[in-house]
Design a protein around this ligand. Structure first.
Ligand code: SF4
Length: 113
């Protein structure tokens, strides 16, 4: 008999939104996020993005402490309904050992609690 693996549950620790690295934006996401914020796409790009390190696309800017610009004090996402695919895909479609070690939900999942 195989063990039933516990489902991942986000515990709102905010670790993935403070993780080192870039939040890449896919085609169409700048407009979707701009609509959510009630601003134009160009305003969104000017105020909330910068070029990725390889200059191939756009990434969200960070606060001085490294947290995503859209991470709220209570660890919720200001653009939750329009957040980028990269954010929605963690941890089901991508993960890293370093981030998993910081994520409360992943630690609980691994511990089977
Ligand atoms: S967009 Fe939202 S979910 Fe994605 S890193 Fe920023 S705060 Fe976190």
């Amino acid at each position: 008999m195989s063990a039933i693996r516990r489902e991942f549950e986000c515990l709102r620790c905010g670790a993935c939104c403070r993780a080192e690295g870039e939040v890449w934006l896919e085609t169409g996401e700048p407009q979707t996020i701009a609509d959510e914020l009630g601003i134009s796409e160009i305003e969104f790009i000017d105020h909330y993005t910068k070029l990725t390190h390889d200059h191939r696309g756009l990434t969200l800017i960070e606060r001085p402490d490294g947290a995503c610009i859209f991470l709220m004090p209570d660890n919720t996402c200001r653009i939750h309904n329009a957040k980028p695919r990269q954010c929605r895909d963690y941890p089901s479609r991508w993960r890293s050992r370093r981030l998993d070690s910081q994520c409360a939900g992943r630690r609980a999942q691994e511990a089977g609690k």
